[in-house]
Every structure is written in C-alpha cells, then in structure tokens.
Design a protein. Sequence first.
Length: 304
Amino acid sequence: DLSTDTWREIDRPAECIDHLNTAVRDARAHLDNHQIPWRMLEATLRYRHIDEIYTETVHEAPPLKHSISVRLDRVLTHRVAGPLVVIILFALIFQTIFSWAELPMDMIESSIADLGALIATTMSEGMLRSLIVDGIFAGVGAVLVFLPQILFLFFFLALLEDTGYMARVAFLMDRLMNSLGLSGRSVIPLLSSFACAIPGVMATRTISSASDRLITIMIAPLMSCSARLPVYILMIGAFIPDTPVLGIFSLPGVTLLSMYLIGITAAIGAALVFKKLMSQSSAPTSFIMELPPYRRPSLRWVLM
C-alpha cells in the first residue's frame, strides 16, 4: 500500500519504479501463498474499475427488450436447467442416430450383399473369388454399414457448433472442471476428444498449468471418440432389444447415451484420483471464452 507520504519521500523516478515493482512482487507472492490466481484477479479488478468509471460517466437508456440469445441463455446456461437440457438434447441426438440411420444401413448392407452374390455367380471358384467376395466385400461392407450413423453424429455436432450452442456446453463444463480442481481450459480438449483423442491431446498445449495439462492428457482417451461408435452400435444391436422408453426414446438410444456418460464418469473419477496424487500448490487457472450469439446454421458449412 503506497500512501501519499511514501510517494513524497521518493524523489527520483528510478526509486519510484523500484519501490512499485517491489510492492507488486510482494502482493503477488501474498496472493500465491493464499492460492489466489493473481493474474485473473488483476484483470477482474481492472475491468471492475473500468465499469465503475463507465457507470459514473455514461448514461444509457434501458433496453426495451432482451435479445433472443440473452433469453435463451437464461435457460441453457442455468446451473440446473442447463445440464438437463444438454442430457435431453444428446439423448434425442442418439435416438435420432438409431432411427434415421436404420434405412441407409439396410440399403448399404443389402447392396454389398447383392454385389458380392453377383460377383460370386460370375467368377469361377478359387482364391481370387474368395478374396474379393469373402475378403474385400465382407470386410469393407462391415465398416461401411456403420458409416450413416457416424455421418449423422458428426452432422448433429457440426449443427450444434454452428448455432453457437457448443460454446454454451463448454461454459457449463467449465463449472464441472473447476469443481474437479482442473483448469477451465481443459474443456475444449475434452470436447475435442469426443471426435478423436489425438487432436484433443494436442489441444492441451493451451493449458498453462503443467499438472492440469498432464491430467487432461491422461483422461482425454476416456472420452468416447467416433472410432468407438461402431463397436457400441454393434454391441447394442446384438444384446439390447428395441424397447420403447418414456414414449419418445428407445432402449438402444438410451444405452448409447449411457455408454458416453460412463466414459465421462470414468474421466471425472480418474481426474479426482490424479488430482490427489499430483498435489498442486497453485489454484486452477480461470477460463475466459466469448459466448457467440445464436445464429442460423449454414447448411453448406455443416455438410462440409
């Protein structure tokens, strides 16, 4: 705390700067000892002072009504309603994946089977026919039959991202990350891991804390990536009956959502264990991101 008398005692600019730097270092060390992120605190106090000056000098007319984005965010970013909306929305997405992808999957499966039968009847029996029919067509067909569900999943994720809703999901997950003692910057790498864990791990470079970065790298593979989706669908189709749930859902769709939630739960448990094993003296860094306004999605960008 530099009083007026202190400033009067300092005659030369060099002494003033040295005294000020010493006071700043002492204040930052005091905040570090109490596990207070001083970088974020400095920005918060600076913007608070700016807001006070702005409030005293600028007078604005009250808005007639809030924008659509503000009204939607009152529900979609609510502490209780927000996570419920996320779970219901993704349950509908997984249900739609099973419902809409059934027809193209059957068409692909029947087309490959018919083409394989045609080649089997036109070629003489031998190793080449066995390689083409039983190897190429059977192997490639077993992978292509799951292509519609993967495409539908990426379509819906791109749709949510283009509307601006995925930023709200990251905002909601930031609260969960803070409760686990992780950095808010772990949100984006973990969300990226749902598509593929490799870019998710690479995205952890933005995390300043070494321990938070290492923990995020270790729990990122627990997120269910797109490569696991065919395995999930194959197991669900083999063991889960098509039974209605609550009228609008089916048991396979709910099971697929549960598999994704199991991965998230396992990641949370692993993060808690790793955080206790890797005790850290500093507090988790804060995460600041802009929430874009909701907008109409571009079908061209989504299909790309």
